[in-house]
Design a protein around this ligand. Sequence first.
Ligand code: C2E
Ligand code: CA
Ligand code: CA
Ligand code: CA
Length: 278
Amino acid sequence: ESKKIKSNAKLFVNSMEESYLMNIIIEQELKKAVDNHELFMVYQPQIDASGYIHGIEALVRWNNAILGSVPPDKFIPVAETSGQMLKIGHFIIDYTLREIKEVQKILNITFQTSINISVRQFMEVGFLTHFLNAIESAELYQVSITIEITENLLIEDIQYILPLLEEIRGYGIQISMDDFGTGYSSLSMLRRLPIDELKIDKSFVDTIVEEIAAQKMVQNIIAIGKNLNMHILAEGVETKEQSALLKAFGCDRFQGYYFSKPLLKDDLISFFQNHEKG
Ligand code: C2E
Ligand code: CA
Ligand code: CA
Ligand code: CA
């Protein structure tokens, strides 16, 4: 009986789609999510041009009793606007670094760990202090950590952002520009930013085999990044053809279902153990 109520609730929730009401329920349920241990992390491998595992991107997951599994691009924006991103952001950082330390200890290796930092999280006073403390208590190297920011961040006060990015870089933490080419961007701005890596958005990768326009776009992004001494990572790589083309264009890092889906910690350990290279 309770199962039936639950599945009816899920149907109801599905029918609400992205409605206002849905966001209110997400907001309410999210308030208890950290304390109820409903959030956890998965890790997607990133492969370099010679086939070695460069590192992983940490991606958050949420399983809720009423809502089921809610994708991060649905609940992160709600967390941002309802003032919950600080707490959830701290959870993401602490949980990821703890699990990654475990993986590195078990395998006796180090690799790069990329963590998505939302705009609100980045702009929060005390963000960097918490981040540095978390790296230190996990006993990880600062240089093995990357933060992924998006172009949306550049809409915020650049007089605040630029020095903070420089400071973060000064600690050896790497900076990656996520979803590059999809948002607000200016080349002159990009040149001023201390960025180590550009991530080519999945939307370009999706059509790269068929569409000349997407190929041109990707070639241009790679040329810009290379000019500015940045690494280029392509995300959402699903086929061998996409991978080969991106490699031929000069991409040096790859991430997508073709290599691996995001994995739970134990499956990540197995992935490392079974991977022929690195
Ligand atoms: P993103 O940072 O661009 O992450 C890439 C998304 O593409 C992830 O979706 C990943 O699971 C998915 N993906 C990777 N490879 C493939 C592929 O080959 N095919 C397909 N179809 N998808 C692929 P996910 O995990 O649902 O995350 C969606 C977005 O939510 C992320 O986009 C990011 O903006 C946000 N997000 C996820 N985790 C976090 C987090 O821990 N913190 C913050 N602030 N945002 C997060
Ligand atoms: Ca990302
Ligand atoms: Ca991305
Ligand atoms: Ca994306």
